[in-house]
Ligand binder design. Structure first.
Ligand code: GTP
Ligand code: SPV
Ligand code: MN
Length: 586
């Protein structure tokens, strides 16, 4: 690590050759200057001031619209430390292949030095990073997503030495010269060739997940791809629940859920919607902070019915990326409220009508919005010690096999559920969509070290904690024979949270034991009240033995990849599941 930020900036500018260097203070005046400059050079389009005050549209390069997992590398000295689920490149090879892509990359551009804090400023668990970038769009997004500028630089000046340097350049935006490289030993990040989301906002996936997960392994905590919510009951108590669902599988929506049972006293408060850093508190519980200060959320499907709180949050001071534009400066995406506009400009800037036959907004189009604008932000979202987690949900998109919700028997079984979870792929990453893949703890693209060792760390965290959370698997996406979602989802997911709370507070009532875990009794969720037929309700909770035997086989293929890094406990859990599905009688 460089000995000072100044020294590092100097060193980087000697090979990137920026025309100017700007140290970002995070002030409003600075942001206004950047925004004005981007509006005048076309990087941003100012939206209608009446309907979308202080909001902007950005169209990214059409080749740069999502995370590119095949171009994302863990550059540990030893390939085993990256493990079988990460792309690995040696630091020496990275020096040879990636470092030169930064040579002269900032000629004709301005270099921005962006100091930032991940975590509430007053939190002992917060950490500092500095991103060097040549993208003003990245700066504007980092200002929403992190505590950026003077507050962070002051912390470094005050002696914080463990700040993480992240070097980012747009390069030429070609996927052929794009790399997102992480050096876990040096706690450094290099990203070149992309200006998009998790590839470029280095505080998010690169630091708060990939680098932070390795810090957590070394220091005894967890960096997770999780939402954090507080569920308030009619009695007024709050149960904090964390949830790991893969990208575009419903974290933001669950975290901002508008309760259909508000009149009865049930409601949800958002602590975080994408990332959780979890430490064991003095009371032996898991305590979680949200390292971010904004939401980089999926736009399509967001509307007044599915997520009214998000619609309200994004209505001002927000940046929209790759959504469609109306003639009067409003925006639109698939699944927004109201009739489909008869004409639009699509996310690439082309004229669009409902007959065009393409999506007007990119499926991975996003909003960037300050967390503070969320109408249901938890009053505890910036508590320095975080909030105490009673339950962890693992979720994914599964058309078959996985019931709406079930509970793990104990911590080790819960870790096994996380380790073997799978989900259909989404537009959040480039590549095929809708393919079932194993995505342990929703961390497949985000774990900075060997996934087998990571499971070992999870198991160990449960041993260290006197009171680890109860673990559940959820699946909002089970379909019927016609391919329709059986479960209404969104706000109605409150009913699942209610059962989860009942489970953690009142034990195993209203559940029955199956081979895979504890499944709610038919009356426990309230499918009747929702008008779900008894056939559909049965399908929602069904544990089909044939489907599960296939599942177990597929898990086996996956687990084998980890060799000696597979914790024996995970192997035993897998055998126990197999045994429960096909009891061998002696
Ligand atoms: P990332 O930001 O990529 O990590 O995604 P996320 O996990 O926060 O997912 P998000 O809440 O943004 O939801 C992704 C997509 O799934 C959106 O189009 C949502 O409208 C849709 N979705 C979310 N929750 C539900 C649900 O309960 N049921 C159904 N059918 N769709 C949902
Ligand atoms: C995800 O893909 O999980 C996201 C979006 O949250 S991005 O920041 O682009 O990674
Ligand atoms: Mn995410």
């Amino acid at each position: 690590m460089p000995s000072s930020v100044e020294e590092w900036v100097d060193e980087v500018s000697r090979f990137t050759h920026p025309d100017h260097i700007v140290w970002c203070d995070g002030s409003e005046a600075e942001n206004d200057r950047l925004i004005d400059q981007m509006v005048s050079d076309g990087a941003l389009i100012r939206l209608n001031e009446q309907s979308w005050p202080n909001c902007f549209l950005h169209r990214s390069n059409p080749q740069d619209v999502a995370r590119t997992e095949h171009l994302t590398f863990i550059c540990s000295e030893n390939p085993e430390d990256a493990g079988p689920t990460n792309n690995w490149m040696s630091p020496a090879e990275a020096e040879e292949r990636i470092r030169p892509l930064f040579d002269n990359a900032m000629r004709g551009r301005t270099m921005y030095v962006v100091p930032y804090i991940m975590g509430p400023v007053a939190s002992p668990y917060a950490k500092v990073g500095v991103e060097i970038t040549d993208s003003p769009y990245v700066v504007a997004n980092m200002r929403i997503m992190t505590r950026m500028g003077k507050v962070a630089l002051d912390r470094i000046k005050a002696g914080a030495t463990d700040w993480v340097p992240g070097l980012h350049s747009l390069g030429d935006l070609s996927p052929d010269r794009r790399f997102i490289a992480h050096f876990p030993e040096k706690r450094t990040i290099w990203s070149v060739g992309s200006g998009y989301g998790g590839n470029a906002l280095l505080g998010k996936k690169c630091y708060a997940l990939r680098i932070a997960s390795t810090m957590g392994r070394d220091q005894g905590w967890l960096a997770e791809h999780m939402l954090i919510l507080g569920l308030e009951s009619p009695e007024g108590d709050i149960t904090y629940i964390a949830g790991a669902f893969p990208s575009a599988c419903g974290k933001t929506n669950l975290a901002m859920l508008k309760s259909p049972l508000e009149s009865e006293g049930w409601r949800v408060w958002t602590v975080g919607e994408d990332i959780a850093w979890i430490n064991i508190g003095p009371d032996g519980r898991f305590w979680a902070i949200n390292p971010e200060s904004g939401y980089f959320g999926v736009a399509p499907g967001t509307n007044r019915k599915t997520n009214p709180n998000a619609m309200s949050a994004v209505s001002r001071n927000s940046i929209f990326t790759n959504v469609a534009l109306t003639d009067d400066g409003n925006i639109w995406w698939e699944g927004m409220d109201g009739p489909i506009p008869s004409r639009l400009t699509d996310w690439q800037g082309n004229p669009w009508t409902p007959n065009t036959g393409t999506k007007a907004a990119h499926p991975n189009s996003r909003f960037t919005t300050p967390a503070s604008q969320n109408p249901v932000i938890s009053p505890h979202w910036e508590d320095p010690q975080g909030v105490p987690i009673s339950a962890i949900l693992f979720g994914g998109r599964r058309a078959r096999t996985i019931p709406l919700v079930y509970r793990a028997f104990d911590w080790d079984h819960g870790v096994f559920l996380g380790a073997t979870m799978a989900s259909e792929t989404t537009a959040a990453a480039t590549g095929a969509v809708g393919v079932v893949r194993r995505d342990p703890m929703a961390m497949l693209p985000f774990c900075g070290y060997n996934m087998g060792d990571y499971w070992g760390h999870w198991l160990e965290m449960g041993r260290q904690a006197a009171n680890p959370p109860a673990v559940f698997q959820v699946n909002w996406f089970r379909t019927d024979d016609q391919g329709r979602y059986i479960w209404p989802g969104f706000g109605e997911n409150l009913r699942v949270l209610r059962w989860v709370r009942d489970q953690v507070r009142n034990g195993s009532s209203r559940a029955h034991e199956t081979a895979v875990g504890l499944v709610p009794t038919p009356d426990a969720i309230g499918t009747n009240d929702l008008g779900i037929s008894s056939d559909d309700a049965e399908a929602l909770f069904d544990v089909n033995r044939d489907d599960w035997l296939r599942e177990v086989e597929d898990q086996e293929v996956f687990l084998q990849k980890f060799g000696r890094h597979l914790p024996p406990t995970i192997r035993q859990q897998h055998q126990a599941l197999q045994q429960r599905l096909s009891p061998v009688t002696v």
